[in-house]
Design a protein. Structure first.
Length: 79
């Protein structure tokens, strides 16, 4: 049981790192789209969809991290 809790906690600790990687990828896609290197409309549409998906993932992962941090803090309060 302890290993399971520790494993879950370690994954939560890595969430900011995951968010950072997602955000870098998001910025890279925006940069490519704005540079107008891509002429194909279908490819531009796919990149726009990827950007929208990443926006949602970054926000939801960030909110999940904040939620888990608050739960962790609450559980460690001694009453």
């Amino acid at each position: 049981m302890w290993n399971t809790k520790l494993s879950s906690y370690m994954k939560i600790i890595k969430l900011p790192e995951i968010i950072d990687h997602l955000y870098r990828y998001y910025l890279m896609l925006q940069e490519v789209l704005e540079s107008e290197q891509i002429k194909d409309e279908a490819t531009k549409e796919l990149i726009n969809e990827d950007i929208e998906f990443l926006e949602i993932e970054i926000i939801s992962t960030g909110l999940f991290y904040k939620l888990m941090a608050n739960i962790y803090k609450t559980n460690n309060i001694i009453y």
